[in-house]
Design a protein around this ligand. Sequence first.
Ligand SMILES: [Zn+2]
Length: 325
Amino acid sequence: MPRLSSLALARATLDRATERRRDPDWVAARWADERARAVPVLAGDVPVADDLTSLVYVSPAALDALGGADPAGDAGEGGTEERYFLGLDEADVPYFAVAFTGASEDLGPDVLLDGRPAEKVRWAGLREVGGTLPDRDAGVVVHAVALVNWHAAHQHCARCGARTRPTDGGHVRRCPACETQHFPRTDPAIIVLVTDAEDRCLLGRQGSWPVGRFSTLAGFVEPGEPLEHAVAREVHEETGIHVVDAEYAGSQPWPFPSSLMLGFFARAISTRIQVDEEEIVEARWLSRADLKAAVESGELLLPGEVSIARRLIETWYGSPLSGSW
Ligand SMILES: [Zn+2]
């Protein structure tokens, strides 16, 4: 099977400038750069143009004037709006994420970099705009949302419980009490399209999903576990099918809140389905003709277009399919 290319959430273009962001003065100077662009994140949503084809950035100076982000701190003090350095574009324009705590109405045309009137701005999440934004903006949102999610859930030291503060442009939190450095967490999860000897694919439905909604099988990688073992374990646990030859297909971040989806194709050496009734309540073997008929009749709904699951299914199928959850 071919590798997956141009995954919707794997299109980042910025230089993260990892060496330079360790210097708080350098980061502060980037925030003060009049060309700097910030993306406010509010409950996972970001401001976008109403046609969903561009991100609407905010001016750091205008945010400072709103009294939110702390202009003196490295990445902002805890308790105010923290800001995190994302990277530089090809013209060295700096980009930041802001854990926005204000109201969306605060961001009027005087704050928005393109001066867009409020009625031409929408707040939307990655599932909706991950595929419609251009490469740079899609990469900015994925990075911003993942980082804001991590900071929101890691305000205290896991070792001693003291309140931590962001440093390294927001890519580390440091504990002032015990000096421990905490790094942003990414949770690896495998997602796999299984095929059998007749080249049918195996799709499953989770118990929490409505009837008709199917996807590839997926699960988190456990500590001490190689990816290939995770693929075989998850498929067997959820459907009773034994697989071999797990073949890596590509990856994309999935910041809901912090996963990295690692896509695989794998070959089944058994076909008798026995679902676990916990995670997966229904699983089916589908030929290409079966899948086409089920999708066209509306009997089966495919995962969303920004998901790696959708791309795994379409790559096996051989062309794009219509409709989604
Ligand atoms: Zn500590």
